[in-house]
Design a binder for this molecule. Structure first.
Ligand code: THU
Length: 135
């Protein structure tokens, strides 16, 4: 698992907290922020963006992921996810992240920067289905 320097650890969580402030959440009022680090060290942030047609909402983690992939990144080592109460990534986000980074380190924290949990993605999505299964 990636070992982050304490300053990198903190700055990733702070980046997630900063982007959570941009969350568009008129329906749930539940802000989520994510900061995803690519292997070259660049960081992509994302917040959740809700919609009056509820299923059209996108989660913070997937916002960050699609921003990064659309900028040419496909390898990632760490993601920080923040909510007011240490909520963890949903199944859809776990699956989409698993496509690119089964060993991704997932830091789950709150909006005060308190860390609630830290796991490898493959632990959060046991026996996850990935590209290797399709040959
Ligand atoms: N949400 C995320 O952004 N990420 C997750 O992994 C879980 C849920 C968002 C979706 C919705 O805007 C709000 O949190 C409540 O479900």
């Amino acid at each position: 698992m990636t070992t982050l320097a304490p300053t990198e650890f903190t700055s990733l969580i702070q980046a997630a907290i900063a982007t959570a402030k941009h969350a568009y959440v008129p329906y749930s009022n539940y802000q989520v922020g994510a900061a995803l680090r690519a292997l070259d060290g660049s960081v992509y942030t994302g917040c959740n963006v809700e919609n009056a047609a509820y299923p059209s909402c996108i989660c913070a983690e997937r916002t960050a992921l699609v921003k990064a992939v659309s900028e040419g990144h496909r390898q990632f080592d760490v993601i920080a996810v923040v909510t007011r109460n240490g909520g963890s990534p949903c199944g859809t986000c776990r699956q989409m992240l698993f496509e690119f980074a089964p060993d991704l380190q997932v830091i789950i924290a709150d909006l005060e920067g308190q860390v609630h949990a830290q796991h490898a993605l493959h632990e959060l999505l046991l026996l996850g289905f990935g590209p290797s299964k399709l040959g």
